[in-house]
Ligand binder design. Structure first.
Ligand code: ATP
Ligand code: MG
Length: 411
């Protein structure tokens, strides 16, 4: 078969048959022809059976764009029979807007030999019978025979996949819009509630001072105590809520800073109660522990984890909170370990959810927002946060942060 034309093995076999009929060939050559004929037919049939069992289209072309092979899948996808397309330009299967770029790409490849999409799978558009445009996935290969270059493309119709993708994207966008609306609403409510709540706190303090000058009434004092505690809880809750919502919107101030120094700062600012609990800081082998991120946000993470350890300590004989820092490749991992009440296994995944608190917290106050804020901050820094705990034996929280901007995403 001449590499320049589009003759198939079938055509060659027919030519041999014609020569035979004309009686111009001798017995020996005739025998040779028969063997060649059998070998070629066998080879073509074998290739055809594989190609036709494909649901994808397999199309081969010459370097001049002429179609020389067309399988069953191609007929199904493009709606043309083999005889309608053989020898025609493959550009008939492309929307007009892509033909120029195809010609340019082909010319460039033939001149330079440098492939751009060959050997890869790309998404593009195709044209079926009736000028119906549809999305495809195209894997293109090239092969050489007698110095001529040929191309074979495997084409998959991805219309269904694209449709499903679009539905998913629309649903996601819809869900995001709803969440945004809801968050704005919560933010407005929390914001509007803040002023009256703070006012109630102020009025309470005023009332207390006024009553202090009168004869002490234990009953009144008791009511006041409850009111004070409830108003403080409400105030803290609103502050946490606003904080959690603000997190998603603020632009972070990122820098490389020493985590061990921040830890000392947090430690120095901790209240009396924490020092009583016997907190220890162990910087291990990681000093100075540089990390990349928003210093104030990381401070919030540390404060939340340490406050939790204090709050959920229970009554062990020797309460200990241990904070340690370890370098771990491109990341720095901080551990906050306590020997408090611990977290039952079945709740360990949920404690990072907004508003989740382990049931039966026995009067321990909180809004269940702290750990969700921690998770959000750590993940927005490209890090991870996780917990290990056994009920009654304490809890260990771990969080990792990237050392530098370039470590981001190497987790
Ligand atoms: N160190 C810990 N030991 C035992 N349980 C813990 C510990 N840290 C968190 N938990 C459990 O996880 C829950 C969620 O913690 P989270 O910090 O989100 O909320 P909170 O401390 O209850 O309230 P907030 O932090 O918003 O004031 C807690 O209510 C508690 O049940
Ligand atoms: Mg907390």
């Amino acid at each position: 078969m001449s590499p320049k034309d589009t003759t198939t093995i079938c055509d060659l076999v027919n030519e041999i048959a014609l020569l035979r009929k004309s009686g111009k060939i001798n017995a020996q050559i005739d025998d040779l022809f028969s063997r060649v004929e059998r070998a070629l037919t066998y080879s073509e049939n074998r290739f055809r059976s594989v190609a036709d069992s494909e649901v994808d289209a397999i199309i081969s072309t010459t370097s001049g764009d002429k179609i020389i092979f067309w399988n069953h899948g191609a007929s199904k996808i493009f709606g043309y029979e083999e005889k309608e397309v053989m020898g025609k330009s493959v550009t008939m299967l492309m929307p007009p807007s892509l033909r120029k770029a195809h010609k340019k790409g082909l010319k460039r490849f033939l001149e330079t030999g440098v492939p751009k999409i060959i050997g890869k799978t790309v998404e593009t558009q195709a044209w079926a019978r009736g000028k119906r445009e549809f999305p495809i996935e195209l894997s293109l290969a090239t092969w050489k025979s007698h110095d001529e270059i040929f191309f074979t493309g495997i084409i998959r119709d991805i219309s269904e996949r694209k449709k499903a993708q679009k539905v998913l994207e629309d649903l996601n966008a819809q869900a995001k819009r709803r969440t945004d609306e809801l968050e704005t609403l919560i933010q407005m409510v929390a914001h509007d509630l803040k002023v009256p709540v703070v006012t109630i706190g102020g009025l309470l303090r005023l009332l207390e001072r006024k009553l202090a000058s009168q004869t002490a009434q234990p009953e009144v004092e008791n009511i006041l105590q409850h009111l004070r505690s409830a108003s403080k809880t409400l105030e803290n809750f609103l502050a946490d809520l606003l904080d959690a919502l603000a997190l998603e919107k603020t632009q972070n101030a990122w820098e490389t800073f020493a985590l061990d120094e921040l830890l000392k700062e947090v430690f120095d600012n901790l209240g009396e109660e924490i020092h009583v609990k016997g907190i220890q800081i162990d910087l291990g082998d990681c000093t100075p522990a540089k990390v990349y991120g928003d210093r104030n946000r990381i401070r919030q993470v540390l404060e939340n984890l340490i406050t939790n350890a204090v709050k959920h300590m229970g009554e062990p004989d020797h309460p200990v909170i241990q904070v340690s820092v370890h370098c771990d490749g491109d990341y720095v991992t901080t551990t906050v370990k306590d020997n408090g009440i611990g977290i039952p296994k079945e709740y360990q995944e949920r404690i990072f959810d907004r508003f989740f608190r382990v049931p039966k917290a026995n009067g321990i106050k909180g809004s269940g927002l702290g750990l969700s804020i921690v998770k959000q901050i750590v993940e927005s820094h490209g890090g991870r946060v996780w917990v290990q705990s056994e009920e009654g034996k304490g809890a260990t929280f771990f969080f990792s942060l990237p050392k530098t901007a370039s470590s981001l995403g190497t987790h």
